[in-house]
Design a protein around this ligand. Structure first.
Ligand code: URA
Ligand code: URA
Length: 193
């Protein structure tokens, strides 16, 4: 079976998932977006209102900023990136995912990584960071650093675009400026694959 067929099989299981209570309030699961055979995967946090409505990750304001960040180095979700989230269902009022929700959803994320075997994994925000690396790390300390990931991949924590929307400065050393350094480093690594 192709990568796409394997992923679709997992997506179908996800559509029927009732492993945590979030299934009761979801409109749609949000399984993934972007290209299914990419070497570059981004893991976000969880669907928000618009993602839940549309069944697509990162389509609201944060997602539009994410697209601009990728575009600034010539990357796009149509061609280059597979996008998914730590949770596939929206937490009510966009609250932080609960530990038991992350636990219940984990097998889907693991399956996505196992099938895709991306070479680069971006951990976007603190929820993805704490799911994939030691929870003692904080995003502002480790963003921009490379870590060893599953299946020989390299993982880099990056700020979440929602955080950048709340911190508007472009000055040297600001979160937006740091994100710009990080995405340029990601592009360099991607070009070397
Ligand atoms: N924030 C996320 O982390 N993921 C989405 O899909 C949308 C907003
Ligand atoms: N705090 C967060 O929750 N996310 C970030 O990306 C940075 C700080």
């Amino acid at each position: 079976m192709s990568i796409e067929e394997d992923l679709n099989e997992v997506k179908e299981l996800c559509e029927h998932c009732q492993n945590c209570s979030l299934y009761a309030s979801r409109t749609n699961i949000v399984f993934s977006g972007g290209v299914p055979n990419s070497k570059l995967m981004l893991i976000g946090e969880a669907p928000g209102y618009y993602e839940d409505q549309q069944g697509e990750p990162f389509v609201g304001k944060a997602g539009q900023l994410l697209d601009r960040i990728f575009a600034s180095v010539g990357l796009s979700r149509q061609k280059d990136v597979y996008i998914c989230n730590t949770l596939k269902c929206r937490p009510p009022e966009n609250r932080d995912p609960l530990p038991e929700e992350k636990e219940a959803c984990r097998a889907f994320l693991d399956a996505q990584i196992e099938i895709l075997k991306p070479r680069i994994i971006l951990l976007c925000g603190k929820v993805a960071l704490s799911s994939m690396l030691d929870s003692k790390y904080t995003i502002s300390k480790v963003r921009g650093q490379w870590f060893d990931g599953p299946y020989g991949s390299k993982m880099m924590p990056i700020f979440h675009p929602s955080y950048l929307l709340r911190n508007d400065s472009n000055e040297k050393g600001s979160p937006k400026w740091l994100m710009w350094q990080d995405i340029k480093a990601v592009k360099r690594a991607y070009d070397e694959l």
